[in-house]
Design a protein around this ligand. Sequence first.
Ligand code: VGL
Ligand code: ZN
Length: 212
Amino acid sequence: MDKPVIDERTVLLVVDVQNDFCPGGSLAVAGGDEVVPVINALAKRFPHVVLTQDWHPPGHSSFASIHPGRKPFELVQMPYGGQVLWPDHCVQGTKGAEFHAGLDLPHAQTVIRKGYRREVDSYSGFVEADRRTSTGLTGYLRERGILRVVIAGLATDFCVNWTAQDAARAGFETYVVEDACRAIDLEGSLARAWAEMAELDVTRIRASDLRG
Ligand code: VGL
Ligand code: ZN
């Protein structure tokens, strides 16, 4: 099914629309703030809206600043595999970790915070980077009878990508709204992300493709 129906069994999952990923933030995504009006308009049509929030403790292991001699955007090996190092971002309780002030989602039902364990990152809203620790989101959505997950937010090639792959693996019909996302695009990561998502039957759509 290419054009998803918005109904009682569909959720809009808004990924990491936080100040640090928007212009002026510490890990700014080009045009990151442009998704805000698109998501606000989209969300009005969804009975169910859930948000994720990147939520790191100070000195998180994904921060280049705690790795002597390393710089942001370099790759290091963690016990769970490769990890891109980032500038400090989305530190718990800081302005940068807050949702963009223009986000207008009063009916959002849950916020899933992720990346709060110092030693493990979590791009995905479903499963942390160790690929075992669940955030609880699968159970939450299943128990509420959700079948379809429509994803928007930041960044297309990292948190949106991993979240979409895990939604599909969990058995949800999964869509990514490309015009409601923006990418970091590190060395081809955006093209790779779309290919990985397609491999798992994640459908790439535009906001205008949604019905209902
Ligand atoms: C993200 C890098 C680090 C994201 C989060 O939201 O895409 N990217 N933490
Ligand atoms: Zn992060």
